[in-house]
Design a protein around this ligand. Structure first.
Ligand code: ADP
Ligand code: PHD
Length: 478
């Protein structure tokens, strides 16, 4: 396999801006051999996975949620998704034959799903079968439909423009042939000549353990990351709707948010941990270990090189690079006076949190209290609380809704940074419920009330990023 190639992921929002995507990324003025040496991994068009599974943010049920509940509305939900896909085709295709081909593809996949779900429905109607295990498979199959559609139509559109694009469908698998994600990728890419062919790979890949089950939403970045590692890419690029910015442009305003020029994987990990979609939490690892630089680019800003993320970058002077956070957080406090001087409580709490699938954003402890800051649903947290109460009858376990604003940078080791942040929050009348600052000097976390979240991000951004006097001196080496 060619070594000087890039692996590039296109997010759902960028996919939906199809003509811009062609003009700025897929073709972008290239011709002949310049078009090749690039592997694209695509997400479903924005909104499709929401219709197939459930809405990513609001949780509004999609096809999967209806089917899982045994609600006949799944049939309408399937029609809605395939309708939305055909509508998208209608907007994208100029050549009638290509549009027909794309519509036929959607129709065939939708009908095959319908047959499968019908069979399961019939089985379920006997009342003697539990579909629990099958539902996991259904969820995987449905998710894959979104990326099958987007990759297939992108390949057809590219061929219409004279590009030798190849649709690489990783969404279909056979239960007798469950292989690892890496193996799946290796097998699919092996016959492709990157010098003359442009693979358009589905962001969903049928693999051991299931893509959605293992990696949750945003899974396309895992396919992307492993593809870059397995094929030995010289660079990995994520094409997004926005520049990776000093804060969410939707929150602080596009004119205030600054583009991040460079940063490191440590910062990317912190962002991923907070649920910011800069890069999937588990995607960064492989790229960092293989020393593949990652570039995050804005699809709508063709000439801008984007943000370069490497393993070894450190800002020239200490500086806050990003202000972000989590608005829906739960502080789970475990108070037990017998804990003083005893070990082992931690690991038993973690066991419960792991079993309940809670996402730990941060944690803190003192002599008799361990606090975990968890993101995720209130139900998950409530279940964890009741498990803990049962396992530790002497402990007092409480939860409290809260939010977290975090300031992050590859080097924030500046004296006065925390006090400046606290001053700004106080002036804005925002109470700080708890504070965390690690010796590692990559982030400071401020735990606050949920209703203060957006204001806290704006306040910290104004004080530590927008204020030009915020350039901070490096703390003198001890
Ligand atoms: N610091 C930040 N820089 C850029 N975008 C951010 C930041 N924080 C949050 N976001 C948000 O991340 C979201 C996801 O980005 P997007 O490019 O739409 O993903 P995708 O292309 O994968 O659908 C956007 O809605 C944007 O508002
Ligand atoms: N389409 C899938 C996978 C994905 O990675 O999407 P995006 O790149 O748009 O976050 C999802 O919504 O989860």
């Amino acid at each position: 396999m060619m070594t000087q190639h890039s692996v590039e992921k296109i997010g759902g929002t960028s996919m939906a801006a199809t003509s811009t995507l062609f003009d700025n990324v897929l073709i972008a003025g290239r011709s002949g051999a310049e078009l090749y040496g690039r592997i694209f991994v695509v997400s479903a068009y924005a909104g499709m996975t929401d219709l197939l599974l459930e809405h990513k943010k609001s949780g509004e049920p999609g096809l999967y949620a209806h089917f899982a509940r045994g609600d006949a509305a799944w049939r309408d939900a399937l029609d809605r998704v395939s309708g939305a896909m055909r509508e998208r085709n209608a907007q994208m295709f100029v050549r009638p034959e290509s549009r027909e081909e794309a519509d036929r593809f959607v129709h065939e996949r939708a009908e095959s799903l319908r047959r499968c779900l019908d069979d399961l429905d019939r089985l379920r109607a006997h009342g003697r079968f539990s579909l629990k295990d099958q539902l996991i498979t259904v969820r995987e199959m449905l998710a894959g439909f979104g990326e099958a559609h987007s990759a297939h139509s992108t390949a057809v559109l590219l061929r219409d423009r004279g590009v030798n694009a190849v649709f690489v469908d990783l969404t279909v698998w056979s239960e007798d042939d469950r292989v690892s994600l890496d193996q799946r990728i290796r097998d699919a890419l092996e016959p492709i000549d990157l010098a003359t062919q442009m693979p358009i790979v589905t962001g969903y890949a049928g693999c051991e353990g299931g893509m959605v089950r293992r990696y949750a939403r945003g899974y396309s970045e895992m396919t992307f990351s492993r593809l870059a590692v397995v094929t030995g890419a010289s660079r990995a690029i994520i094409h997004k709707e926005f520049h990776l910015s000093s804060a969410d442009p939707k929150l602080v305003g596009g004119e205030r948010a600054r583009k991040i020029g460079r940063t490191n994987y440590d910062v990317a990990d912190q962002l991923a941990n907070l649920g910011m979609e800069a890069i999937h939490p588990r995607a960064g690892r492989g790229l960092r270990q293989s020393e593949i630089p990652l570039c995050v680019r804005n699809t709508f800003d063709r000439d801008d090189e984007g943000t370069l993320i490497c393993g070894d970058y450190r800002s020239d002077e200490p500086r806050v690079e990003i202000v972000t956070g989590v608005q829906e957080l739960h502080a789970l406090q475990f108070f037990e006076q017998d804990m003083v001087g005893e070990k082992g409580y931690d690991s038993r709490i973690l066991e419960v949190l792991d079993r309940r699938g809670a996402w730990i954003v941060s944690k803190a402890s003192n002599a008799n209290t361990i606090t975990h800051y968890l993101s995720g649903s209130s139900e998950t947290v409530a279940k964890a609380v009741s498990d803990l109460e049962e396992a530790f009858p002497g402990a007092i376990v409480t939860t409290r809704p809260c939010a977290m604003a975090a300031v992050i940078g590859s080097d924030i080791s500046a004296p006065g940074l925390v006090s400046r942040a606290l001053d700004a929050l106080e002036q804005a009348d925002i109470a700080v419920l708890a504070l965390q600052h690690q010796i590692r000097n990559v982030d400071v976390q401020f735990v606050i009330e949920r209703e203060d979240f957006e204001r806290a991000v704006r306040t910290l951004h104004a004080a530590l990023v927008e204020d030009s006097t915020a350039g901070l001196r490096r703390r003198a080496a001890a």
